[in-house]
Design a protein around this ligand. Structure first.
Ligand code: ADP
Ligand code: MG
Length: 589
């Protein structure tokens, strides 16, 4: 303990408690003066009372059943609000459960703060076997953007300020804040405590691109014969929706939204090239990346999908300078926030004669139209059991009729097909598995979306994905959130008709209990449960749920034979000639 802290405590002991504060209250005050009003948490030692006091002080405290989902919720709150979402956990195991979400937030470039209580410093550092002993600060470091530990209550104000600034400045990410339990009980004078708090000023300042970089980008755009704009979730995060739309429309370029950028401009926009994705990726000659990384989701910018090697020139807008040239050469890097870069480009475009050749637009339009017509027919089928297309036809219509609903989506086939079939009409109205393609984000994301926006949420979940987070439907019911979860239940992972290749009595590694009644789980918690076996039953239940706002779970029976192994990314599964020769079944998948 520092000398000054020690004086504070001794003096404090003689003072009136009304003139005192403690670590608990300083932490709550530090969050509140920075505009953080919600905590996503799982109570336990040493933070149980912290949650209670936060609630008592007017914060919204949402208690989850498992820290991973509280963490996913915090990260999604960060994505939706541009303020760090806060997750609070107990020490060691609870901290580790939250760490997956913190790493995921960092991977997705979303601001989040994981606050974990930890055990007695002196005992942990000497490895003397404390309750839930772990050097959490050291463990957290590789999984986040920044990690800090407090040792004195008087440092709480600075620590929270640092955590917020680290989370939202530059490329956003996850921050870990370690709070040894003893700090929460430390007492100091209220007036000194108040002075120790820091209100963070302008932590995510505009990053204006260099004029020479803008000119370079315009030069590349001028030469374009078959231009394309790829919009990513960094652009969705930026919230400069109007200027992005203006740039896209003024340029006239076809645009391709990455999954969580859908809705920034509506998927029904005439320039949207989603239904001609293969064509625009392969044949474009100039590609403007806008808050989207060239990573595995875009085949690293290489390979057959991207046409002839060397056939493209890239302009890339990103707040992170190091992102440039990560996979392919970037002809015109524009380092800055999406809004400022778009504004600068818009100005520089005036009189620069930027207009895409009509034959390119016609080509893209014809291809997209053809694909959309083919798809429309498939979406109207009335097969029983339902296939993915029949069920997604219903979801597509429901979102189109209720465009203010936020769609949460995870699974394999359920994800891949919903992403391309279900149009999104507004910015940040689609939340999914993100850069890692992680399963289990559904319920945490849905809860954060409902809590942060007050809107209706429709969570479309594969039955396997739901299994990673399903217990949180109790949280949905407990807080009475307007979330309708639809489980695409095909009795298994990828498909529900797998066989045990050894011929034994155990089920196949990828199948679940047949016709599981997830809807009855929901009823157990007082929510509405529906078992829907036809498109009509599904439609009725979804519209009712969106109308009533009651916590609802619809168990949609999908044909067990309808799914594809690993959805659209089966090519990422390793294989070998030995395996193929030994297991003839492997070829059939
Ligand atoms: P997607 O998965 O949709 O393609 P990514 O997560 O791969 O999107 O890319 C998002 C990119 O956006 C990251 O490289 C990140 O640095 C960048 N980014 C995040 N916020 C901003 C911002 N405000 N302005 C510009 N770029 C941003
Ligand atoms: Mg399944």
């Amino acid at each position: 303990m520092t000398a000054s802290a020690m004086t504070a405590v001794t003096e404090a002991e003689n003072a009136n408690v009304d003139d005192l504060t403690d670590g608990f209250h300083l932490l709550i005050d530090a969050l509140k003066i920075n505009g953080i009003e919600t905590i996503y948490n799982v109570p336990g030692i040493p933070i149980t009372d912290l949650g209670r006091y936060a609630q008592a002080q007017g914060m919204r405290v949402i208690s989850f059943r498992h820290e991973q989902h509280a963490g996913y919720a915090a990260s999604v709150a960060g994505f939706l609000t541009k303020m760090p979402g806060v997750c609070m956990t107990v020490s060691a195991p609870g901290f580790m459960n939250g760490l997956t979400a913190l790493a995921n937030a960092t991977t997705n470039c979303w601001p989040m703060i994981l606050i974990s209580g930890s055990s007695e410093r002196e005992i942990v550092d000497l490895a003397q076997g404390d309750y839930e002993e772990m050097d959490q600060l050291a463990v957290a470091k590789p999984f986040c953007k920044a990690a800090y530990r407090l040792n004195y209550a008087e440092d709480i104000g600075i620590a929270v300020a640092r955590a917020i600034r680290s989370a939202v400045s530059g490329r956003p990410g996850g921050v870990y804040l370690d709070i040894p339990g003893a700090i929460l009980g430390q007492v100091m004078k209220a007036a000194e405590g108040e002075r120790s708090l820091v209100k963070v000023i302008d932590p995510a300042q505009r990053q204006i691109p260099a004029p020479s970089a803008v000119e370079r980008a315009i030069e590349v755009m001028k030469g374009a014969k078959r231009p394309l704009i790829v919009i990513g979730k960094g652009a969705a995060y930026d919230q400069s929706d109007d200027v992005i739309r203006e740039l896209v429309e003024k340029s006239g370029y076809p645009f391709l939204p990455m999954s969580m950028a859908k809705g920034l401009l509506p998927d029904t926009h005439p320039q949207c090239a989603s239904a001609a994705r293969s064509l625009v990726l392969k044949d474009s000659d100039v590609v403007i990346m806008m808050g989207a990384r060239i990573n595995w989701l875009l085949s690293h910018g290489k390979g057959r999908q991207w046409g002839e090697p060397g056939s493209k020139r890239f302009v890339q807008i990103d707040i992170e300078a190091e992102e440039m040239d990560s996979n392919v050469e970037i002809a015109a890097p524009l380092v800055g926030d999406v809004g400022s870069c778009c504004e600068a480009l818009l100005k520089a475009m005036d009189g620069a004669g930027i207009a895409p050749p009509q034959n390119w637009l016609d080509q893209v339009h014809t291809k997209a139209q053809g694909n959309m017509e083919k798809m429309a027919a498939r979406l109207q089928n009335n097969n029983i059991p339902m296939d993915y297309h029949a069920a997604l036809g219903v979801i597509k219509q429901a979102i189109s009729d209720n465009p203010d609903t936020i769609l949460v989506n995870e699974g394999a086939n359920t994800l891949d097909l919903a992403r391309s079939i279900v149009n999104i009409h507004k910015p940040r109205h689609r939340i999914d598995v993100g850069t890692w393609g992680v399963m289990g984000i559904g319920m945490g994301s849905a809860i954060a979306a409902a809590v942060e926006t007050g809107k209706r949420v429709l969570a479309v979940e594969g039955d396997s994905a739901f299994g990673f987070c399903g217990m949180e439907i109790e949280t949905v019911c407990r807080y009475n959130l307007p979330i309708c979860t639809v489980i695409f239940n095909n009795n298994g992972i990828y498909r529900g008709d797998g066989e045990n290749w050894g011929g034994g009595d155990d089920p196949a590694t990828t199948v679940f209990v047949k016709d599981a009644r997830y809807d009855q789980m929901m009823e157990a918690f007082g929510g509405v449960g529906v078992w829907a076996k036809t498109p009509d039953e599904l439609r009725r239940a979804v519209y009712e749920a969106l109308e009533s706002g009651k916590p609802t779970l619809i168990n949609a029976a999908i044909d067990p034979a309808a799914g594809k192994e690993s959805g659209n990314i089966g090519n990422l599964n390793p294989s070998s000639v030995v395996a193929q020769a030994r297991y003839p079944q492997a070829k059939k998948i």
